[in-house]
Design a protein around this ligand. Structure first.
Ligand code: UFG
Length: 342
């Protein structure tokens, strides 16, 4: 077994990605020793600014075993997943193998090494088209995409495993993660980018000509989709609290993480114009497949049980952090291009 200098380490699977990197920072600044395990298919090694980086793939069970042999791991956080809803409809196999089968590999090894504490990154996409707003954790789960189905399958597997093998887990169902680390050390960076706020900011900075509005005849006050945007640092804080909850003997459970306020696509564009001072041209497009009209969550359960509360309740503040990161990242990319020509 391990002879590592620490005796209590947290394994962050997918910790080089947008959300995982923010959790890695939050755990590290709160005194945890972390190991990031990532295959860099969508993550960036440069985002692993805290803890130890180990390259590996959940599809290769021996990669996972090596990590558990090497380090004294006491808990795991699982972020490694493909997250493009539209792609999951076109290529479900890719999603079920990566998001479900590979997570099963991870839990198999956890049980082999008697590590029974897991925080799982789930999603509001497990609810499908909401029957009532705000969505609570008891709302029926009827996903409308393979992405949502896969996440729900893992939730179900975790529930069965917890009864049979005494695995202790928390599943956190995120609404729309947004914003960036207020210190600008890490931020949102997807390739390809499909998310609303970074695309709007690309238009603000001139990297794109415009922002496309996917659907303007939804049954919402201005006809565009409404979402509940939650700051990524608030998500990170919820993961820290979920881990501490489990460490203190909390029972396995599922929690929504959102702000409880909905903003339409048009409102997000308008707020981004205010923050950036740029015109930001918006053009109407047809609806995108798999988009429910309104997704707004109640996070009262997380507030009550995890004692969690979002600090970024104002959309403007969320966009300010995203904009600061976006400008910095854009300058970094420009400098890299200039350097390449020198
Ligand atoms: N949108 C546009 N134009 C764009 C991009 C997005 O109008 O160029 C709209 C979308 O149609 C949607 C809203 O902006 O109404 C937000 O879209 P995002 O792509 O930013 O986020 P999603 O709501 O699609 O996705 C999020 C998470 C997923 C999760 C999903 C649940 O990122 O992981 O919510 O539906 F599965």
């Amino acid at each position: 077994m391990s002879n590592y200098q620490y005796s209590n380490m947290i394994l962050i699977i997918g910790g080089a990605g947008y959300i995982g990197a923010h959790i890695n920072k939050q755990l590290s600044i709160n005194g945890y020793e972390t190991i990031v395990f990532d295959n860099l298919s969508y993550g960036y090694e440069s985002f692993v600014k805290w803890g130890i980086f180990e390259y590996g793939d959940l599809g290769n069970i021996n990669d996972i075993r090596k990590i558990f042999q090497k380090y004294p791991i006491t808990a795991v956080m699982q972020f490694a997943a493909f997250t493009y809803v539209g792609e999951s409809i076109k290529d479900p196999q890719k999603y079920y193998i990566n998001n479900v089968c590979n997570t099963l590999n991870l839990i198999k090894v956890m049980l082999e090494f008697n590590v029974k504490t897991l925080v799982f990154s789930s999603t509001c996409a497990t609810y499908g088209n909401p029957m009532e707003i705000p969505i609570t954790e008891t709302h029926p789960q009827n996903p409308i995409s393979p992405y949502g189905h896969g996440k729900l399958m893992v939730e179900t597997i975790l529930s069965d495993y917890s009864k049979a093998y005494n695995l202790k887990y928390v599943s956190l169902r995120y609404f729309n993660a947004a914003g960036a680390d207020p210190d600008c050390e890490i931020g949102e960076l997807h390739n390809p980018e499909t998310h609303l706020i970074p695309l709007i900011l690309d238009a603000a900075i001139g990297k794109r000509d415009n922002i496309k509005i996917f659907g303007t005849d939804y049954k919402t006050p201005d006809g565009t989709c409404i979402r509940d945007y939650i700051h990524v640092t608030d998500l990170a804080d919820a993961h820290l609290k979920a881990l501490q909850y489990l460490e203190n003997g909390g029972e396995s459970d599922n929690f929504n993480l959102g702000n409880g306020n909905g903003f339409s696509v048009l409102e997000v564009i308008e707020k981004s114009r205010e923050v950036t001072g740029e015109e930001i041209v918006a053009v109407e497009e047809k609806k995108r497949q798999g988009d429910p009209p309104i997704l707004v969550g109640s996070s009262n359960k997380a507030r009550n049980i995890l004692k969690w509360k979002p600090n970024y309740e104002d959309l403007q503040e969320i966009i300010v952090t995203a904009w600061n990161w976006h400008k910095k990242n854009m300058n970094l990319s420009k400098n890299m291009i200039i350097m390449a020509y020198i």
